[in-house]
Design a protein around this ligand. Structure first.
Ligand SMILES: Cc1cc2nc3c(=O)[nH]c(=O)nc-3n(C[C@H](O)[C@H](O)[C@H](O)COP(=O)(O)OP(=O)(O)OC[C@H]3O[C@@H](n4cnc5c(N)ncnc54)[C@H](O)[C@@H]3O)c2cc1C
Length: 450
């Protein structure tokens, strides 16, 4: 009895080892350290405050309310604000050259924020490096985790030496290609399924104008929807935009496969995105040099075994079309820190974390896939603007009762993703009926708790 109690108290106070000093690993470390835990982080790469950004990798991403709430809790939001560019809505660039801004929300605070992923990561590392209770270990690659023996094996990337140490509590925040997940998989402790998207992406940087200004509307997320594919662009604080082309990997034109022929990519941009091409003076060099990235949804279960847990992309990587992958990972961090702060046995916290999070991460994974269709195609449909307008009217008329699904996901962290998905399905039925001339939905709105 005494031994069991003593073992529990040892694990309750043990140092937590986080694998991966990406945005999720560092934010989690900050939240845990604020709650008085000792944390060590192993990161395979060099310190991002010293390293240069990998060229052609995702340079900026969109942060929304769920991510902001977690950053605020860690006390880093104010520092990061100056790195962000506000995006009020979608600027849709139609095939004929017309373009119009569709606001994301009804209220001035319903906006999202573009931020450089590397600057966000470096800023979080900087704060973590000065936070008591956090030890950062760069260029240390995790090779294996053994939850039964409570050990972590890693290699020092400088010396090549391999070490093993006692690590009773390990959190894998090491991204979609997680070594911690691979270690659990190799031991038969979890199962995984990766659903690859048959579309890849490529990033291109639209530089600032000669006078240092923005070549496109600054406070918008730009979309060139073209049905089966699309180009988007997010603003950076230095006047540039990071544009991303999403396109089928293979198949009849256009696809990345067909654009590989000499001159084909330029001809495609000339035909489909002439206004964007005009802003890309070094298009040919960028197109050739920048890598073609893959996209997939990762499902794995369970997320934990004994003292080891997966979090963020390591547990549930999703496609980027709702701009929620990192927001969702930050929300994970806030919940896990809250559960651990309750003083409950960490192993019970792992189980509770998975129970509470999984329905929500499954929901955002599905909504992110659906949103690709909306961004690349549905925004061009004649009834799209009407549906959005009708949804906005209902939101004004039934405040708090009807909140458009996009708004629930992006601006309402108090509404879990699974609930947003549930209400969203009811809303679609309401909008369909109203557009067909029925007034029944107004009765539904009074009763259904949308
Ligand atoms: C094109 C694109 C656009 C996106 N846009 C958005 C967006 O607009 N909004 C949004 O919220 N999300 C977006 N995302 C998703 C977002 O980038 C991810 O959800 C987020 O980066 C996940 O953070 P993470 O810390 O879990 O993993 P990662 O960012 O992958 O970090 C993992 C860390 O672990 C380290 N690591 C890996 N293996 C090891 C090892 N063996 N040992 C030690 N360290 C290791 C890595 O070096 C890295 O530092 C986008 C993703 C893509 C691909």
């Amino acid at each position: 009895m005494y031994e069991a109690a003593s073992a529990a108290s040892t694990i309750n106070s043990a140092t937590i080892t986080i694998v991966g000093a990406g945005p999720v690993g560092t934010l989690l470390a900050l939240l845990l350290a604020r709650a008085g835990r000792n944390v060590q982080i192993f990161e395979r790469r060099a310190d991002p405050r010293r390293a240069t950004t990998e060229s052609g990798r995702s340079i900026n991403l969109a942060l929304a309310a769920r991510g902001l709430v977690a950053l605020e809790q860690a006390g880093v939001l104010a520092t990061l604000r100056r790195e962000m560019v506000t995006m009020r809505g979608r600027q849709v660039h139609e095939p004929g050259g017309n373009s119009a801004l569709m606001n994301y929300g009804l209220h001035p605070n319903e906006v999202i924020h573009a931020i450089s992923r590397s600057r966000l990561n470096a800023a979080l590392v900087e704060v973590a490096a000065h936070t008591q209770g956090i030890s950062l270990r760069f260029e240390q690659r995790c090779l294996d985790v053994d939850p039964v023996a409570s050990t972590l094996q890693w290699r020092d990337e400088q010396s090549g030496q391999v070490h093993t140490e006692h690590a009773p509590l390990v959190i894998g925040a090491d991204g979609a290609g997680s070594a911690v997940r691979a270690a659990l998989l190799a031991r038969g402790a979890l199962q995984e399924r990766e659903a690859p998207l048959d579309h890849d992406y490529k990033e291109l940087v639209i530089p600032a104008t000669a006078s240092g200004g923005y070549a496109l509307e600054r406070n918008a997320l730009h979309i060139w929807p073209r049905g089966g594919y699309m180009l988007i662009a997010l603003p950076n604080p230095d006047g540039s935009f990071t544009a991303t082309l999403f396109l089928p990997v293979r198949g009849a034109a256009p696809s990345f496969e067909t654009l590989a022929a000499p001159g084909a990519a330029r001809a495609f941009f000339t035909r489909e995105f002439p206004d964007a091409l005009a802003l890309l003076p070094d298009f040919d060099a960028q197109y050739e040099q920048n890598p073609q990235g893959k996209l997939a949804t990762l499902y794995c279960w369970p997320w934990h075994q004994r003292g080891t847990l997966l979090i963020g992309d390591a547990a549930h990587a999703i496609v980027p079309f709702h701009g929620q992958g990192l927001n969702c990972g930050f929300e994970d961090c806030a919940l896990l820190a809250q559960l651990l702060a309750s003083g409950e046995d960490p192993l019970r916290c792992w189980a509770r974390f998975e129970r509470e999070r999984r329905p929500n991460t499954d929901a955002i994974a599905a909504m992110a896939l659906e949103n690709y269709e909306e961004m690349r195609s549905r925004v061009l449909a004649p009834d799209f603007a009407r549906r959005k307008q009708l949804a906005a009217d209902l939101e004004r008329r039934f405040p708090g009762r009807f909140i458009a699904r996009y708004s629930m996901v992006m601006f309402h962290p108090e509404i879990p993703y699974a609930e947003a998905q549930r209400r969203g399905a009811l809303q679609e039925a309401v909008l369909d009926a109203l557009l067909a001339g029925s007034s029944e939905p107004l009765r539904l709105l009074d009763n259904a708790g949308l």
